[in-house]
Design a binder for this molecule. Structure first.
Ligand SMILES: Cc1cc2nc3c(=O)[nH]c(=O)nc-3n(C[C@H](O)[C@H](O)[C@H](O)COP(=O)(O)OP(=O)(O)OC[C@H]3O[C@@H](n4cnc5c(N)ncnc54)[C@H](O)[C@@H]3O)c2cc1C
Length: 518
């Protein structure tokens, strides 16, 4: 970090000196502009991978993240809980956005919602991005299903051989150990495995980005009960969730080449002179009040604000004429990953609010209507006797985001009742009818596909970006997050594939960088 600060000082001095002699030149930096070699916007999966790899290559990098840091402490009270939510639960909102609308203080909390037409999107905010609020499922798609979504310009064998293992080597995900699975907290996970077997469905444990030793300590009472209590979406207070701030990002910071700036909301990106980019952001306080405005000029810009955030920044830049060479595909090819919640009514005890995060999956790849998977999840609003699962399928990327000049945000439209989405609903109903028939259970309510936690697309491979995430028309502008992926990660939760593709695309960037081709 010392090296970083010293170089920054030298750069600032040089920029200021140069400005004195050249202040009349069009596009020249104003004294208040900071110059950094690389900027990463957002610190979720794409941003974390990009930051670490830039740092290891010795490239000075600033990460601009709208949310705050969330450090786990021995007090076990970093995050708010479902039972007593406060401002920490939700991004700048007077009420909670899940499990009811409880009034809370307006604060830069961890979970945000994008309300769309046809679907609402949940997403994280904070250093670590959506890994702060996620379930930790680390799930690799099969080759066959992968190519139902992705073009052949992405080599699955290479991902399988090099990039998924590279991500795995840092996150170190593992399945739930049997002693924990056998505890009363994980009763639902066991029921799901048993019911799947009765219905002749393939079920197994998922690889989870969870420290199971900490879960054991929760069970032993030496750590605050959090994962076992089903707390997931506002963060896990025991530290069982291995969010990105505790691996990729801390490794990046340790190099001294990366500075993460929390509570910096990027407002605009634009092309500056000599192929550089100007990034404008608001520094906010924890109540969301703007306390400063800053501008950074960088040579390399990596967009990692998530599917919605990245797409919105690109759409705004296009609308305002700040990135004129963006094509009309920006905002297109967006999808929900087929996220669908189903609730099964049983005649037995299920402990449905306990034992998180999701630990098991049923893989119904041979579903006669279309492949899908279903993962059981604890939710605090469930009554005894039921359990809830989140399903994922292969959606067509029929959604879109368009710029709304009056609100200065992107409007999201998802055709929930399109023929493709009706087909996916039919596939889920087929799955649940087989599961229920074999077990004497039933669906407790209609399937719910009006919310997704897996937004994907908007600046996709082939359409907006080349196969390695470089934005067409711009040599040094890259998309490294979920915006790159057209609507689905092929019957899996997306984070593993987002991170593996980011690793792959950063490798490509750094190879070129080292050969001075950039
Ligand atoms: C509740 C929930 C549970 C999930 N569970 C799983 C799971 O178990 N397994 C799995 O694989 N996936 C899961 N996901 C999905 C997964 O978290 C996302 O697919 C993944 O995090 C997306 O990575 P990303 O890099 O695209 O964006 P994100 O991880 O969302 O990161 C984007 C970051 O950019 C920041 N940002 C946005 N706009 C700006 C701006 N203008 N300026 C500065 N910063 C900005 C955000 O605050 C955020 O930190 C879950 C998601 C949610 C919401």
């Amino acid at each position: 970090m010392r090296k970083f600060k010293r170089r920054q000082f030298l750069q600032a001095t040089l920029a200021a000196t140069a400005t004195i002699g050249a202040s009349n030149l069009r596009g020249f930096a104003s004294p208040s502009e900071e110059h950094i070699e690389a900027v990463v916007i957002g610190s979720g999966f794409g941003g974390s991978v990009a930051s670490l790899r830039l740092a290891q290559a010795g490239i000075e990098t600033v990460v601009l993240e709208r949310g705050r840091r969330w450090e786990i402490t021995d007090a076990g009270d970093t995050f708010s809980t479902y039972e007593k939510p406060d401002g920490r639960s939700t991004w700048l909102s007077p009420t909670t956005i899940i499990f009811g609308e409880t009034p809370i203080d307006v604060y830069t909390g961890v979970l945000d919602i994008k309300v769309g037409d046809g679907v609402n999107v949940l997403r994280g905010a904070g250093v670590g991005g959506s890994s702060l609020v996620y379930n930790g499922v680390t799930y690799q798609p099969t080759k066959e299903l992968f190519y139902r979504v992705f073009p052949r310009s992405i080599n699955y064998e290479e991902l399988d051989r090099v990039y998924y293992p590279r991500v795995r080597s840092i996150l170190k995900p593992s399945p739930i150990p049997d002693d924990i699975l056998q505890s009363p907290f994980y009763l639902t996970s066991r029921i799901v495995l048993e019911q799947a077997a009765k219905a002749n469905l393939k079920a197994r444990k998922l690889d989870m980005n969870i420290d199971w030793d900490i879960v054991r300590q929760e069970i032993a009472g030496t750590k605050v009960a959090s994962a076992i209590d089903g707390q997931v979406y506002y963060g896990i207070n025991s530290g069982a969730k291995q969010s990105l701030d505790r691996n990729y990002l801390s490794m990046a910071e340790a190099t001294g080449f990366v500075e993460i700036r929390p509570l910096h909301v990027v407002i605009d990106i634009e092309e500056a002179n000599r192929g550089r980019f100007r990034v404008s952001c608001n520094q906010i306080d924890e109540q969301g009040i703007v306390v400063d405005k800053k501008t950074i000029v960088c040579k390399y810009l990596f967009l990692a604000a998530g599917s919605i955030g990245t797409t919105e920044l690109l759409l705004r830049a296009k609308n305002n004429g700040k990135l004129r060479r963006l094509n009309n595909q920006v905002g297109q090819l967006w999808g929900t990953n087929g996220d669908t919640i189903g609730t099964v009514l049983t005649s037995m005890q299920t402990n449905p609010t306990k034992g998180g995060p999701a630990a098991t999956v049923i893989e119904d790849f041979d579903n006669p209507i279309g492949p899908l998977v279903v993962e059981q999840l604890p939710l605090p609003i469930l009554p005894e006797g039921v359990y809830t699962s989140l399903g994922m399928a292969i959606t067509k990327p029929e959604g879109s985001l368009t710029y709304n000049a009056s609100t200065k945000t992107a409007d999201l439209v998802w055709p929930r009742n399109s023929a493709n989405n009706e087909k996916i609903r039919a596939a889920y109903l087929d799955f649940y009818s087989r599961l229920n028939e074999a077990n004497g259970t039933s669906l407790a309510e209609e399937l719910n596909d009006n919310t997704t936690a897996h937004p994907l697309g908007g600046a996709t491979i082939g359409a907006v970006c080349n196969p390695y995430g470089r934005v067409r028309g711009y040599r040094n502008l890259f998309v490294v997050d979920g915006a790159f992926i057209p609507g689905s990660t092929a019957c899996t939760n997306p984070s593993f594939t987002i991170a593996a593709l980011a690793e792959r695309n950063m490798d490509r960037f750094l190879n070129r960088y080292r050969k001075h081709k950039y």
